[in-house]
Design a protein around this ligand. Sequence first.
Ligand code: GDG
Length: 483
Amino acid sequence: SVQDRSPQHELVVVANRLPVDSRTLPDGATEWVTSPGGLVTAMESVMRTVESGAWVGWAGSPGEAPDPFDADGMRLYPVRLDQSDVERYYEGYSNATLWPLYHDVIVDPEFHRGWWDSYLSANRRFAAAAAPVAAPGGTIWVHDYQLQLVPRMIRDKRNDVRIGFFNHIPFPPVELFSQLPKRNSILRGLLGADLIGFQRESDTLNFVASVRRLLGYHVDGTTISVPGIGAAPVREVQVETFPISIDSAAVSALTEDPEICERAAELRRELGDPEKVVLGVDRLDYTKGIRHRLKAWGELLDDGSIDPHDIVMIQVATPSRERVEAYRQLRDEVELTVGRINGEHAPIGRPAVSYQHHSFDRREMTALFMAADVVLVTALRDGMNLVAKEYVASRPDLQGVLVLSEFAGAADELRAAVLVNPHDIDELKAAILRSLAMPPEEQEDSMRSLRHQVMENDVQAWAHHFLERLETSQTPDSEDAPL
Ligand code: GDG
Protein backbone atom coordinates (compact mmCIF):
# COMPACT_ATOMS: atom_id res chain seq x y z
CA SER A 1 0.00 0.00 0.00
CA VAL A 2 0.98 3.61 -0.33
CA GLN A 3 1.53 3.88 3.41
CA ASP A 4 4.16 1.11 3.37
CA ARG A 5 6.23 2.77 0.71
CA SER A 6 9.31 4.72 1.76
CA PRO A 7 9.01 8.48 1.44
CA GLN A 8 10.42 9.74 -1.84
CA HIS A 9 12.49 12.90 -1.93
CA GLU A 10 13.86 14.47 -5.06
CA LEU A 11 16.89 15.82 -3.17
CA VAL A 12 18.47 14.30 -0.07
CA VAL A 13 21.33 16.02 1.77
CA VAL A 14 23.50 13.83 4.01
CA ALA A 15 25.76 15.51 6.56
CA ASN A 16 27.15 14.57 9.96
CA ARG A 17 24.88 17.11 11.66
CA LEU A 18 21.28 17.98 11.02
CA PRO A 19 20.75 21.72 10.50
CA VAL A 20 18.98 22.03 13.87
CA ASP A 21 19.90 22.03 17.54
CA SER A 22 17.61 20.83 20.29
CA ARG A 23 16.73 23.18 23.11
CA THR A 24 15.10 22.11 26.36
CA LEU A 25 12.14 24.27 27.34
CA PRO A 26 11.38 25.17 30.98
CA ASP A 27 8.64 22.50 31.04
CA GLY A 28 11.17 19.84 30.00
CA ALA A 29 9.95 19.50 26.42
CA THR A 30 12.43 19.88 23.55
CA GLU A 31 12.14 22.21 20.61
CA TRP A 32 14.30 22.38 17.49
CA VAL A 33 16.11 25.55 16.52
CA THR A 34 17.73 25.96 13.10
CA SER A 35 21.50 26.34 13.38
CA PRO A 36 22.37 29.27 11.15
CA GLY A 37 25.32 27.83 9.22
CA GLY A 38 26.22 28.65 5.61
CA LEU A 39 25.32 25.19 4.39
CA VAL A 40 21.84 25.50 5.88
CA THR A 41 21.28 28.81 4.10
CA ALA A 42 22.55 27.41 0.82
CA MET A 43 20.30 24.39 1.11
CA GLU A 44 17.25 26.48 2.01
CA SER A 45 17.65 28.26 -1.30
CA VAL A 46 18.06 24.97 -3.18
CA MET A 47 15.23 23.22 -1.33
CA ARG A 48 12.86 25.94 -2.51
CA THR A 49 13.44 24.78 -6.08
CA VAL A 50 12.60 21.11 -5.47
CA GLU A 51 9.24 19.59 -4.73
CA SER A 52 10.44 17.54 -1.83
CA GLY A 53 13.73 17.78 0.05
CA ALA A 54 15.24 15.89 2.96
CA TRP A 55 18.28 16.09 5.24
CA VAL A 56 19.84 13.06 6.93
CA GLY A 57 22.17 13.66 9.90
CA TRP A 58 22.88 13.38 13.61
CA ALA A 59 20.71 15.51 15.90
CA GLY A 60 23.62 16.28 18.24
CA SER A 61 23.11 14.20 21.36
CA PRO A 62 24.14 10.57 21.84
CA GLY A 63 21.57 7.78 22.17
CA GLU A 64 18.18 7.08 20.63
CA ALA A 65 17.43 9.20 17.55
CA PRO A 66 14.22 11.24 17.44
CA ASP A 67 11.61 10.30 14.80
CA PRO A 68 11.78 12.09 11.44
CA PHE A 69 10.22 15.55 11.50
CA ASP A 70 9.73 18.62 9.29
CA ALA A 71 11.68 21.86 9.58
CA ASP A 72 12.37 24.73 7.17
CA GLY A 73 10.49 23.16 4.29
CA MET A 74 12.23 19.80 4.37
CA ARG A 75 11.98 16.44 6.09
CA LEU A 76 14.73 15.74 8.64
CA TYR A 77 15.87 12.16 9.27
CA PRO A 78 17.90 11.85 12.47
CA VAL A 79 20.65 9.18 12.54
CA ARG A 80 21.48 7.50 15.84
CA LEU A 81 25.00 7.88 17.27
CA ASP A 82 25.76 6.22 20.61
CA GLN A 83 28.28 7.59 23.08
CA SER A 84 30.88 5.14 21.73
CA ASP A 85 30.23 6.35 18.13
CA VAL A 86 30.71 9.92 19.30
CA GLU A 87 34.03 8.95 20.88
CA ARG A 88 35.35 6.69 18.12
CA TYR A 89 33.68 7.70 14.83
CA TYR A 90 33.37 11.44 15.52
CA GLU A 91 35.99 12.59 18.03
CA GLY A 92 38.34 9.73 17.11
CA TYR A 93 38.56 8.81 13.42
CA SER A 94 36.98 12.02 12.07
CA ASN A 95 38.59 14.61 14.33
CA ALA A 96 41.79 13.01 15.64
CA THR A 97 42.75 10.97 12.53
CA LEU A 98 41.30 12.53 9.36
CA TRP A 99 41.20 16.19 10.45
CA PRO A 100 44.93 16.53 11.29
CA LEU A 101 46.00 14.31 8.38
CA TYR A 102 43.95 16.32 5.86
CA HIS A 103 45.33 19.56 7.33
CA ASP A 104 48.96 18.74 6.54
CA VAL A 105 49.66 16.99 9.88
CA ILE A 106 49.87 20.22 11.88
CA VAL A 107 49.42 17.84 14.82
CA ASP A 108 50.09 14.10 14.64
CA PRO A 109 47.11 12.08 13.43
CA GLU A 110 46.24 9.17 15.72
CA PHE A 111 45.53 5.79 14.16
CA HIS A 112 43.42 3.33 16.13
CA ARG A 113 41.85 0.25 14.56
CA GLY A 114 38.78 0.48 16.82
CA TRP A 115 38.08 3.97 15.52
CA TRP A 116 37.98 2.72 11.92
CA ASP A 117 35.41 0.03 12.82
CA SER A 118 33.21 2.70 14.32
CA TYR A 119 33.69 5.03 11.30
CA LEU A 120 32.61 2.16 9.04
CA SER A 121 29.51 1.30 11.03
CA ALA A 122 28.46 4.93 11.51
CA ASN A 123 28.86 5.57 7.77
CA ARG A 124 26.67 2.48 7.14
CA ARG A 125 23.96 3.95 9.32
CA PHE A 126 23.94 7.28 7.41
CA ALA A 127 23.83 5.40 4.09
CA ALA A 128 21.04 3.13 5.32
CA ALA A 129 19.00 6.16 6.37
CA ALA A 130 19.55 8.04 3.09
CA ALA A 131 19.23 5.31 0.44
CA PRO A 132 15.55 4.41 0.92
CA VAL A 133 14.20 7.96 1.08
CA ALA A 134 15.46 9.20 -2.31
CA ALA A 135 12.93 9.18 -5.16
CA PRO A 136 13.69 7.03 -8.21
CA GLY A 137 16.26 8.92 -10.27
CA GLY A 138 16.62 11.42 -7.42
CA THR A 139 19.74 13.17 -6.14
CA ILE A 140 21.73 12.54 -2.96
CA TRP A 141 24.34 15.08 -1.87
CA VAL A 142 26.80 13.83 0.78
CA HIS A 143 28.94 16.29 2.74
CA ASP A 144 32.37 16.20 4.25
CA TYR A 145 35.14 14.06 5.67
CA GLN A 146 33.06 12.28 8.31
CA LEU A 147 31.06 10.51 5.58
CA GLN A 148 33.55 9.53 2.88
CA LEU A 149 32.33 5.92 2.72
CA VAL A 150 28.70 6.88 2.26
CA PRO A 151 28.68 7.51 -1.54
CA ARG A 152 29.79 3.94 -2.30
CA MET A 153 27.48 2.47 0.33
CA ILE A 154 24.51 4.25 -1.24
CA ARG A 155 25.65 3.32 -4.76
CA ASP A 156 25.62 -0.36 -3.74
CA LYS A 157 21.94 -0.09 -2.79
CA ARG A 158 20.69 2.41 -5.36
CA ASN A 159 22.07 2.46 -8.85
CA ASP A 160 19.34 4.78 -10.11
CA VAL A 161 20.21 7.93 -8.13
CA ARG A 162 22.79 10.61 -8.76
CA ILE A 163 25.25 10.95 -5.93
CA GLY A 164 27.36 14.03 -5.26
CA PHE A 165 30.05 14.46 -2.59
CA PHE A 166 31.56 17.73 -1.39
CA ASN A 167 34.61 17.88 0.88
CA HIS A 168 34.67 21.02 3.03
CA ILE A 169 38.25 20.55 4.19
CA PRO A 170 41.44 20.18 2.14
CA PHE A 171 42.43 16.94 0.45
CA PRO A 172 46.09 16.27 1.27
CA PRO A 173 48.98 15.50 -1.10
CA VAL A 174 49.28 11.79 -1.90
CA GLU A 175 52.47 11.51 0.21
CA LEU A 176 50.44 12.43 3.31
CA PHE A 177 47.22 10.69 2.34
CA SER A 178 49.20 7.47 1.91
CA GLN A 179 49.82 7.35 5.67
CA LEU A 180 46.14 6.70 6.31
CA PRO A 181 45.37 3.10 7.22
CA LYS A 182 42.45 1.92 5.01
CA ARG A 183 43.25 4.71 2.54
CA ASN A 184 42.00 2.68 -0.43
CA SER A 185 38.65 2.06 1.25
CA ILE A 186 38.27 5.81 1.64
CA LEU A 187 39.04 6.41 -2.05
CA ARG A 188 36.63 3.67 -3.13
CA GLY A 189 34.01 5.06 -0.79
CA LEU A 190 34.25 8.50 -2.39
CA LEU A 191 34.27 7.07 -5.90
CA GLY A 192 30.73 5.78 -5.36
CA ALA A 193 29.72 9.36 -6.23
CA ASP A 194 29.12 10.69 -9.77
CA LEU A 195 30.61 14.07 -8.90
CA ILE A 196 33.20 14.80 -6.21
CA GLY A 197 33.77 18.45 -5.34
CA PHE A 198 36.63 20.17 -3.52
CA GLN A 199 37.28 23.72 -2.33
CA ARG A 200 40.39 24.52 -4.33
CA GLU A 201 42.13 23.31 -7.45
CA SER A 202 45.02 21.83 -5.44
CA ASP A 203 42.59 19.61 -3.49
CA THR A 204 41.08 18.32 -6.73
CA LEU A 205 44.52 17.57 -8.14
CA ASN A 206 45.64 15.89 -4.90
CA PHE A 207 42.62 13.61 -4.94
CA VAL A 208 43.05 12.66 -8.59
CA ALA A 209 46.74 11.95 -7.98
CA SER A 210 45.88 9.68 -5.04
CA VAL A 211 43.36 7.72 -7.11
CA ARG A 212 45.86 7.28 -9.91
CA ARG A 213 48.75 6.34 -7.65
CA LEU A 214 46.98 4.18 -5.06
CA LEU A 215 44.19 2.55 -7.09
CA GLY A 216 45.79 2.71 -10.53
CA TYR A 217 42.51 3.79 -12.17
CA HIS A 218 42.54 5.46 -15.56
CA VAL A 219 42.32 9.23 -15.26
CA ASP A 220 41.61 11.62 -18.13
CA GLY A 221 42.01 15.18 -16.83
CA THR A 222 39.59 15.16 -13.93
CA THR A 223 37.44 12.27 -15.16
CA ILE A 224 38.14 9.02 -13.37
CA SER A 225 37.15 5.66 -14.88
CA VAL A 226 36.05 3.32 -12.11
CA PRO A 227 36.10 -0.29 -13.28
CA GLY A 228 32.88 -2.21 -12.57
CA ILE A 229 32.89 -5.37 -10.52
CA GLY A 230 32.32 -8.50 -12.59
CA ALA A 231 30.31 -7.69 -15.71
CA ALA A 232 29.32 -4.22 -14.48
CA PRO A 233 30.29 -1.40 -16.87
CA VAL A 234 32.96 1.20 -16.19
CA ARG A 235 31.59 4.26 -14.35
CA GLU A 236 32.91 7.73 -14.98
CA VAL A 237 33.36 9.98 -11.98
CA GLN A 238 33.90 13.74 -12.34
CA VAL A 239 36.14 15.62 -9.93
CA GLU A 240 35.80 19.40 -9.82
CA THR A 241 36.53 22.53 -7.82
CA PHE A 242 33.63 24.43 -6.20
CA PRO A 243 34.86 27.14 -3.79
CA ILE A 244 32.18 27.55 -1.11
CA SER A 245 30.95 30.98 -0.05
CA ILE A 246 28.56 32.76 2.31
CA ASP A 247 25.11 34.32 2.13
CA SER A 248 26.79 37.56 1.04
CA ALA A 249 23.68 39.70 0.62
CA ALA A 250 22.33 38.73 4.06
CA VAL A 251 25.64 39.56 5.77
CA SER A 252 25.94 42.83 3.90
CA ALA A 253 22.33 43.76 4.75
CA LEU A 254 23.01 43.40 8.48
CA THR A 255 25.47 46.29 8.25
CA GLU A 256 22.54 48.59 7.48
CA ASP A 257 20.76 47.73 10.72
CA PRO A 258 21.04 50.89 12.90
CA GLU A 259 21.27 48.82 16.09
CA ILE A 260 24.26 46.90 14.72
CA CYS A 261 25.96 50.12 13.54
CA GLU A 262 25.50 51.61 16.99
CA ARG A 263 26.86 48.41 18.54
CA ALA A 264 29.98 48.65 16.34
CA ALA A 265 30.62 52.19 17.60
CA GLU A 266 29.93 51.12 21.17
CA LEU A 267 32.42 48.25 20.92
CA ARG A 268 35.18 50.72 20.10
CA ARG A 269 34.18 52.92 23.02
CA GLU A 270 34.22 49.92 25.35
CA LEU A 271 37.78 49.20 24.25
CA GLY A 272 38.74 52.76 25.26
CA ASP A 273 38.48 54.36 21.81
CA PRO A 274 41.74 53.00 20.40
CA GLU A 275 43.01 54.32 17.08
CA LYS A 276 42.92 50.87 15.56
CA VAL A 277 41.13 47.61 16.30
CA VAL A 278 42.56 44.34 15.00
CA LEU A 279 40.33 41.26 15.01
CA GLY A 280 40.65 37.47 14.79
CA VAL A 281 37.60 35.16 14.73
CA ASP A 282 38.13 31.41 14.71
CA ARG A 283 36.96 28.15 16.13
CA LEU A 284 39.65 27.34 18.68
CA ASP A 285 41.41 24.95 16.30
CA TYR A 286 45.14 24.34 15.72
CA THR A 287 44.60 24.74 11.96
CA LYS A 288 43.70 28.41 12.37
CA GLY A 289 47.18 29.64 13.27
CA ILE A 290 46.10 31.45 16.44
CA ARG A 291 49.44 30.79 18.14
CA HIS A 292 51.38 32.23 15.18
CA ARG A 293 49.16 35.32 15.23
CA LEU A 294 49.69 35.83 18.97
CA LYS A 295 53.41 35.31 18.59
CA ALA A 296 53.58 38.04 15.97
CA TRP A 297 51.37 40.33 18.08
CA GLY A 298 53.44 39.74 21.23
CA GLU A 299 56.67 40.53 19.36
CA LEU A 300 55.21 43.74 17.88
CA LEU A 301 54.37 44.85 21.43
CA ASP A 302 57.77 43.70 22.77
CA ASP A 303 59.74 45.65 20.19
CA GLY A 304 57.56 48.73 20.58
CA SER A 305 56.25 48.68 17.00
CA ILE A 306 52.72 49.02 18.33
CA ASP A 307 51.53 50.94 21.35
CA PRO A 308 48.83 49.11 23.33
CA HIS A 309 47.27 52.48 24.20
CA ASP A 310 46.56 53.06 20.51
CA ILE A 311 45.92 49.59 19.14
CA VAL A 312 43.85 46.73 20.57
CA MET A 313 43.51 43.19 19.36
CA ILE A 314 40.32 41.17 19.83
CA GLN A 315 40.59 37.41 19.51
CA VAL A 316 37.31 35.50 19.41
CA ALA A 317 38.15 31.82 19.88
CA THR A 318 34.90 29.86 19.76
CA PRO A 319 34.98 26.71 21.93
CA SER A 320 35.45 23.61 19.76
CA ARG A 321 35.99 19.82 20.15
CA GLU A 322 36.81 20.26 23.83
CA ARG A 323 37.04 16.54 24.49
CA VAL A 324 39.83 15.99 21.95
CA GLU A 325 43.25 16.20 23.66
CA ALA A 326 44.99 18.40 21.06
CA TYR A 327 42.23 21.00 21.49
CA ARG A 328 42.63 21.07 25.28
CA GLN A 329 46.36 21.59 24.87
CA LEU A 330 45.83 24.35 22.33
CA ARG A 331 43.42 26.13 24.65
CA ASP A 332 45.95 26.03 27.50
CA GLU A 333 48.73 27.37 25.27
CA VAL A 334 46.62 30.16 23.81
CA GLU A 335 45.36 31.25 27.21
CA LEU A 336 48.87 31.17 28.70
CA THR A 337 50.13 33.33 25.82
CA VAL A 338 47.27 35.83 26.06
CA GLY A 339 47.81 36.06 29.83
CA ARG A 340 51.50 36.78 29.33
CA ILE A 341 50.92 39.41 26.66
CA ASN A 342 48.33 41.20 28.80
CA GLY A 343 50.47 40.89 31.92
CA GLU A 344 53.41 42.52 30.17
CA HIS A 345 51.69 45.08 27.97
CA ALA A 346 48.09 45.86 28.87
CA PRO A 347 47.47 49.32 30.37
CA ILE A 348 45.40 49.24 33.56
CA GLY A 349 41.71 48.77 32.84
CA ARG A 350 42.14 47.79 29.24
CA PRO A 351 43.47 44.70 27.44
CA ALA A 352 46.25 44.48 24.88
CA VAL A 353 44.48 41.36 23.63
CA SER A 354 40.78 41.04 24.38
CA TYR A 355 40.30 37.26 24.41
CA GLN A 356 36.78 35.84 24.07
CA HIS A 357 36.38 32.11 24.58
CA HIS A 358 32.68 31.91 23.79
CA SER A 359 30.45 32.34 20.79
CA PHE A 360 28.55 35.43 19.71
CA ASP A 361 25.37 35.76 17.73
CA ARG A 362 25.48 36.80 14.08
CA ARG A 363 24.58 40.42 14.86
CA GLU A 364 27.36 40.90 17.40
CA MET A 365 29.73 39.21 14.97
CA THR A 366 28.78 41.72 12.27
CA ALA A 367 29.30 44.60 14.71
CA LEU A 368 32.78 43.20 15.43
CA PHE A 369 33.61 43.06 11.71
CA MET A 370 32.35 46.63 11.28
CA ALA A 371 34.48 47.81 14.20
CA ALA A 372 37.65 46.10 12.96
CA ASP A 373 40.27 48.05 11.00
CA VAL A 374 42.21 44.88 10.28
CA VAL A 375 41.09 41.23 10.33
CA LEU A 376 43.74 38.53 10.67
CA VAL A 377 43.12 35.15 9.03
CA THR A 378 46.35 33.24 9.59
CA ALA A 379 45.27 29.62 9.04
CA LEU A 380 48.08 27.10 8.59
CA ARG A 381 45.68 25.08 6.44
CA ASP A 382 41.96 25.72 5.84
CA GLY A 383 39.51 24.35 3.28
CA MET A 384 38.10 27.80 2.53
CA ASN A 385 37.71 30.08 5.59
CA LEU A 386 34.39 31.82 5.67
CA VAL A 387 35.48 34.47 8.18
CA ALA A 388 37.56 36.11 5.45
CA LYS A 389 34.51 36.36 3.19
CA GLU A 390 32.24 37.51 6.03
CA TYR A 391 34.57 40.40 6.82
CA VAL A 392 34.53 41.52 3.21
CA ALA A 393 30.72 41.26 3.03
CA SER A 394 30.52 43.33 6.23
CA ARG A 395 32.38 46.30 4.69
CA PRO A 396 30.14 48.05 2.15
CA ASP A 397 31.96 51.23 3.33
CA LEU A 398 35.04 49.82 1.50
CA GLN A 399 37.27 50.37 4.53
CA GLY A 400 39.27 47.78 6.47
CA VAL A 401 42.13 45.45 5.59
CA LEU A 402 42.06 41.66 5.31
CA VAL A 403 45.30 39.87 6.13
CA LEU A 404 44.89 36.41 4.63
CA SER A 405 46.98 33.27 4.81
CA GLU A 406 47.88 31.77 1.47
CA PHE A 407 47.13 28.39 3.09
CA ALA A 408 43.40 29.16 3.33
CA GLY A 409 41.29 28.17 0.32
CA ALA A 410 39.94 31.73 0.21
CA ALA A 411 43.39 32.94 -0.93
CA ASP A 412 42.73 31.51 -4.41
CA GLU A 413 39.89 33.98 -4.93
CA LEU A 414 40.68 36.89 -2.59
CA ARG A 415 43.85 37.96 -4.37
CA ALA A 416 43.43 41.62 -3.32
CA ALA A 417 43.91 40.76 0.37
CA VAL A 418 47.28 41.20 2.09
CA LEU A 419 48.45 37.62 1.52
CA VAL A 420 50.88 36.10 4.03
CA ASN A 421 52.74 32.95 4.92
CA PRO A 422 51.83 32.71 8.62
CA HIS A 423 54.82 30.46 9.35
CA ASP A 424 57.07 33.42 8.58
CA ILE A 425 56.59 35.47 11.75
CA ASP A 426 58.65 38.39 10.42
CA GLU A 427 56.56 38.51 7.26
CA LEU A 428 53.38 38.33 9.33
CA LYS A 429 54.55 41.21 11.55
CA ALA A 430 55.40 43.31 8.51
CA ALA A 431 52.00 42.56 6.96
CA ILE A 432 50.22 43.64 10.15
CA LEU A 433 52.16 46.91 10.32
CA ARG A 434 51.59 47.61 6.64
CA SER A 435 47.84 46.96 7.10
CA LEU A 436 47.65 49.26 10.13
CA ALA A 437 49.32 52.02 8.12
CA MET A 438 47.39 51.51 4.88
CA PRO A 439 45.90 54.77 3.57
CA PRO A 440 42.09 54.87 3.14
CA GLU A 441 42.30 55.06 -0.68
CA GLU A 442 44.40 51.92 -0.82
CA GLN A 443 42.00 50.14 1.55
CA GLU A 444 39.18 51.16 -0.71
CA ASP A 445 40.84 49.81 -3.86
CA SER A 446 41.54 46.48 -2.30
CA MET A 447 38.18 46.16 -0.53
CA ARG A 448 36.31 47.02 -3.72
CA SER A 449 38.00 44.22 -5.57
CA LEU A 450 37.42 41.77 -2.69
CA ARG A 451 33.75 42.71 -2.47
CA HIS A 452 33.29 42.22 -6.17
CA GLN A 453 34.45 38.63 -5.70
CA VAL A 454 32.43 37.87 -2.57
CA MET A 455 29.15 39.55 -3.52
CA GLU A 456 29.10 37.95 -6.99
CA ASN A 457 29.85 34.45 -5.75
CA ASP A 458 27.57 33.58 -2.86
CA VAL A 459 26.74 30.26 -1.25
CA GLN A 460 23.45 29.99 -3.10
CA ALA A 461 25.30 30.16 -6.42
CA TRP A 462 27.77 27.59 -5.10
CA ALA A 463 25.03 25.07 -4.27
CA HIS A 464 23.16 25.61 -7.54
CA HIS A 465 26.37 25.26 -9.53
CA PHE A 466 27.26 21.97 -7.80
CA LEU A 467 23.81 20.49 -8.35
CA GLU A 468 23.76 21.63 -11.97
CA ARG A 469 27.03 19.87 -12.63
CA LEU A 470 25.74 16.79 -10.85
CA GLU A 471 22.69 16.75 -13.12
CA THR A 472 24.87 16.70 -16.22
CA SER A 473 27.25 14.06 -14.91
CA GLN A 474 26.96 10.53 -16.26
CA THR A 475 23.37 9.28 -16.12
CA PRO A 476 23.34 6.40 -13.75
CA ASP A 477 22.15 2.90 -14.38
CA SER A 478 19.40 2.82 -16.99
CA GLU A 479 21.24 4.40 -19.92
CA ASP A 480 24.59 2.80 -19.36
CA ALA A 481 23.69 -0.72 -18.45
CA PRO A 482 24.10 -3.09 -21.40
CA LEU A 483 20.69 -4.17 -22.69
C1 GDG B 1 34.87 24.20 7.66
C2 GDG B 1 36.25 24.31 7.02
C3 GDG B 1 35.30 25.92 5.35
C4 GDG B 1 32.79 31.38 14.47
N1 GDG B 1 32.65 31.80 15.73
C5 GDG B 1 31.37 32.22 15.84
C6 GDG B 1 30.74 32.05 14.61
N2 GDG B 1 31.63 31.53 13.79
C7 GDG B 1 31.35 31.23 12.39
C8 GDG B 1 32.14 32.10 11.45
C9 GDG B 1 32.07 31.25 10.18
C10 GDG B 1 32.07 29.83 10.72
O1 GDG B 1 31.70 29.91 12.09
C11 GDG B 1 33.45 29.22 10.63
O2 GDG B 1 33.70 28.89 9.31
P1 GDG B 1 35.17 28.70 8.78
O3 GDG B 1 35.11 28.59 7.30
O4 GDG B 1 36.02 29.84 9.22
O5 GDG B 1 35.76 27.40 9.45
P2 GDG B 1 35.30 25.89 9.89
O6 GDG B 1 34.37 25.90 11.03
O7 GDG B 1 36.58 25.20 10.16
O8 GDG B 1 34.56 25.24 8.60
C12 GDG B 1 36.41 25.68 6.36
C13 GDG B 1 33.95 25.64 5.96
O9 GDG B 1 33.91 24.35 6.58
C14 GDG B 1 32.84 25.71 4.93
O10 GDG B 1 33.07 24.81 3.88
O11 GDG B 1 35.37 27.27 4.93
O12 GDG B 1 37.67 25.76 5.72
O13 GDG B 1 37.28 24.09 7.97
O14 GDG B 1 30.86 31.45 9.51
O15 GDG B 1 31.56 33.37 11.36
N3 GDG B 1 29.46 32.40 14.37
C15 GDG B 1 28.75 32.94 15.41
N4 GDG B 1 29.30 33.11 16.65
C16 GDG B 1 30.59 32.77 16.89
O16 GDG B 1 31.07 32.96 18.02
N5 GDG B 1 27.47 33.30 15.21
